[in-house]
Design a protein around this ligand. Structure first.
Ligand code: NAD
Length: 354
């Protein structure tokens, strides 16, 4: 076996149906008495239920979390946290709400407890992306990692089936890139394969029956493991392209990941045969071929395959490729402008990956 470095992430995880009912106990364990709850407008109902559960240990609710963590929203939330003398942050929602929780926590040092309701995985990472004046910047700092994560499947039952499918593929993308990351290791590979397997088994069930709690539980478990992969390794072409294409042309986050993933895997496949074998082994119906396995999964999920359906213009293809070439990063295969242009064009048109 080759030498490797493995750093465990210091976060506490509480997993199970109804696990959010343990939040008061968890606050008490950490001697916290004044939590500010965060959510999007859309999830105010769930956030209010958490507020009721905490009773006098909740000082307020800020329900303006928004995609890409705009700094002006963070400033507003910080003012609320200060005026209410909050001693902790509880974020309930997807990556957007958790991003706001991280932004407040890193600025104030307040403990951050997450209750994730999508499969995006932000709760398991020390990464924060923020947008100021239309520009998104990302930073990594161990202090950004939320201290406690409560995975309560009951709160994921309302995630629409389409978003469940793309959010789950977003999670799988983290694990795929961890399989060939320059800083990968055998422990992360175990988590990656198990995370992919759990999601590939559960997502097709969820798109048929949104109320299947076993499948929802398995998907949330898979999302957790894939989130650890994202937080523990350096991401390559796939994540950089999603950031460049999605961020620059205002495309939806998990849908962009879902459309680009077969293309980025096809691009890198010849350079990482071991990772492709691992990926194929975790995907049903792969016939030992990772791309066949992924395409079969995407077909079962009935997801959109063309970026143009989300409003991206053909002229944006070349612009996106140029933006994607701007920052250098590790990738198993050399990233060449013309080839990346062709990759994005195929994804834009909805043509099969090759
Ligand atoms: P999101 O948080 O933007 O949520 C999308 C919508 O779904 C929101 O309106 C939300 O309120 C709603 N929603 C969430 N859970 C729901 C549920 N259970 N039932 C009904 N509605 C629900 O989407 P996301 O994909 O989770 O997160 C995307 C954002 O997170 C992006 O900005 C992305 O960059 C960021 N992200 C960051 C990291 C990181 O490590 N820093 C990782 C993944 C994603």
């Amino acid at each position: 076996m080759e030498s490797f470095v493995y750093t465990a992430s210091p976060s506490r995880v509480i997993f199970g149906p109804g696990a959010s009912s343990k939040l008061p106990e968890e606050l008490c364990r950490q001697t916290l008495r004044a939590a500010l709850i965060l959510s999007t407008k859309h999830q105010t109902g769930e956030a209010n239920r958490i507020r009721d559960l905490l009773a006098s240990n909740a000082v307020g609710l800020f329900s303006e979390a928004a995609m890409h963590t705009p700094t002006e929203v963070t400033e507003k939330a910080l003012a609320v946290a200060q005026s209410l003398k909050a001693d902790s942050i509880v974020s309930i929602g997807g990556g957007s709400t958790i991003g706001l929780g991280k932004a407040i926590s890193i600025r104030t040092g307040l403990p951050h407890i997450c209750i994730p309701t999508t499969y995006a995985g932000s709760e398991m990472t020390p990464i924060l992306g923020e947008t100021a004046d239309g520009l998104k910047t990302t930073r990594r700092d161990p202090k950004i990692l939320p201290g406690t994560v409560i995975y309560d499947v009951n709160l994921t039952m309302t995630l629409p089936q389409g978003l469940s499918a793309t959010s789950g593929i977003n999670a799988i993308a983290h694990a795929v890139e961890a399989l060939y990351a320059p800083d990968s290791n055998p422990i992360i590979k175990l988590l990656a394969k198990e995370g992919i397997r759990a999601l590939a088994e559960s997502l097709p069930i969820i798109v048929k029956d949104a109320n299947d709690k076993d499948a929802r539980s398995k998907a949330l478990y898979g999302a957790w493991l894939c989130g650890v992969c994202l937080g523990s390794t350096a991401m390559s072409l796939h994540h950089k392209l999603c950031h460049a294409v999605g961020g620059s042309f205002d495309l939806p986050h998990s849908e962009t990941h879902t459309i680009l993933l077969p293309h980025t895997i096809a691009y890198n496949s010849s350079a990482v045969p071991g990772a492709m074998k691992d990926l194929a082994s975790a995907l049903p119906d792969s016939n030992s071929n990772a791309i066949i396995g992924l395409n079969s999964l995407l077909d079962k999920l009935g997801v959109e395959k063309a970026l143009k359906k989300y409003g991206m213009k053909e002229d944006d293809v070349d612009k996106a490729a140029i933006i994607a070439m701007k920052n250098r990063y590790d990738n198993p295969r050399e990233v060449e402008l013309e080839k990346v242009q062709e990759l994005i064009r195929r994804a834009w048109a909805g043509e099969p990956a090759r």
